[in-house]
Design a protein around this ligand. Structure first.
Ligand SMILES: Cc1ncc(COP(=O)(O)O)c(C=O)c1O
Length: 399
């Protein structure tokens, strides 16, 4: 048989989906599985988007322009202006989900061997996309004890080499729920400016900030406008993960040209998804508020429940809809597998994402999992009961 690529071999499997086959097998045995592993919200898509989809009246479902429909880019520009993100329509490139925006950002900015510095734990697909681009993610550890605050800026500076091309942040953060402060954002700005780096800023959860602290976009930071590469997506804010629409926003003229070549090579972002996304931008304040309020409640409920289980600890996430939880177990990878393979409580079990996959430093996150609070409160309550019972029964319990 021909040999497959080294790149594919070293590509990490998604920690969010890796245990998927075990969940399928558990369901086949008749076990109810609560999915805390994936950021796939159960809330409704805006009616405006669903209506637009229902009423598509076209004779041909053609390719759209490679940078997306102009009408969608115009709408996005207005949407960003409501967050004081001052960008031109020409700065916005529509992509096939935020995922493709990350991939194209890396492909267009980085050469093989180039490095980007990322605080860890980090959204695991950054590592996978960096490998796709032949680039290297260098991580600065943040810790659950410090609530996953930005590590001291000196820690970043220590890692800067001639190969360093950028810093990547996710704000509000997946997986930790951390929201960067103005002081932290200005520290990052100063570093990016001093070393002439790109600042990749993934802000797909901007709608979900819970503490009253302001959301600070990388585009709010004066003096680095041409260095910012913003990653966006409609997946989370409109509960539209399946339409695959995101955006890459940059004011860097050469970068725009580079990204466009990747966009042209893949011809077009999804036409139908763009139609739905465009209509969804018109959704009401009530819709956005209802979604927001639902997460506020779920977050409070989940964190309260978790911190009541002996040996569990979760900081209070400030944004997004995830939390990283410390569990009293020897190995969270094994525990997550065991829950799916060998455990059930009253016909139910839970699917969590082991946190080790969100770190690159070996050994970190060994007793942590990421949970997404994308289930309704009743299901979250049942899932927490299952977790408490699983921890009592697990042979590798440490407390
Ligand atoms: C931080 C972050 N960025 C980007 C994405 C990609 O989302 P999509 O490709 O659905 O837009 C996700 C999805 O979970 C995410 O959590």
């Amino acid at each position: 048989m021909p040999k497959v690529s080294e790149r594919g071999t070293i590509m990490p499997a998604s920690p969010i989906r890796r245990l998927g086959p075990l969940a399928v097998a558990a369901k086949a045995r008749g076990t109810k599985v609560y999915h805390l592993n994936i950021g796939q919200p159960d809330l409704p898509t805006p009616q405006e988007g669903l209506d637009a989809l229902k009423h598509i009246d076209r004779k041909v479902l053609e390719y759209s322009p490679s940078d997306g429909l102009l009408s969608l880019r115009q709408k996005l520009q207005q949407y960003y202006s409501t967050y004081n993100i001052d960008v031109d329509v020409d700065d916005i490139i529509v992509t096939t989900g935020g995922s493709e925006a990350v991939l194209f950002a890396f492909m267009a900015c980085l050469d093989p061997g180039d490095e980007i510095i990322v605080p860890e734990p980090a959204y695991a697909n950054y590592m996978a996309f960096a490998i796709s681009a032949g680039a290297k993610i260098v991580t600065v550890p943040s810790s659950i004890e410090e609530g996953f605050a930005l590590p001291p800026v000196e820690k970043f500076e220590e890692l800067i080499t001639p190969k360093t091309k950028g810093i990547l942040i996710c704000n509000p953060n997946n997986p930790t729920g951390y929201l960067y402060t103005m002081k932290e954002m200005l520290q990052i700005r100063d570093l990016v400016k001093k070393y002439d780096l790109f600042l990749f800023s993934d802000e797909v959860y901007r709608e979900f900030c819970y503490t009253g602290a302001p959301y600070i976009s990388a585009f709010h930071l004066p003096g680095i406008e041409d260095q910012v590469v913003l990653i966006d997506s409609v997946s989370k804010r409109y509960n539209e993960c399946g339409i695959r629409i995101g955006a890459l926003i940059t004011k860097h003229p050469e970068l725009k040209k580079n990204v466009m070549k990747f966009c042209q090579a893949r011809l077009s972002p999804p036409l139908l998804g763009q139609i739905v996304a465009e209509a969804s931008i018109d959704t009401t304040r009530e819709y956005m508020l209802a979604t927001y309020n639902e997460y506020v409640e779920r977050r409070k409920f989940l964190i309260d429940q978790l911190n009541k289980i002996p040996g569990c600890y979760s900081p209070i996430p400030m944004g997004a809809f995830y939390t990283v939880v410390k569990l009293p177990v020897d190995d969270a990878d094994k525990f997550c597998e065991w829950c799916l393979e060998s455990f059930e409580y009253e016909g139910q079990t839970i699917f969590m994402a082991p946190a080790s996959g969100f770190y690159t430093t070996t050994g970190m996150g060994k007793n942590e999992v990421r949970m997404a609070y994308v289930l309704n409160k009743e299901d979250l309550a049942k899932a927490m009961k299952v977790l408490a019972e699983a921890l009592k029964a697990y042979p590798g319990r440490t407390l």
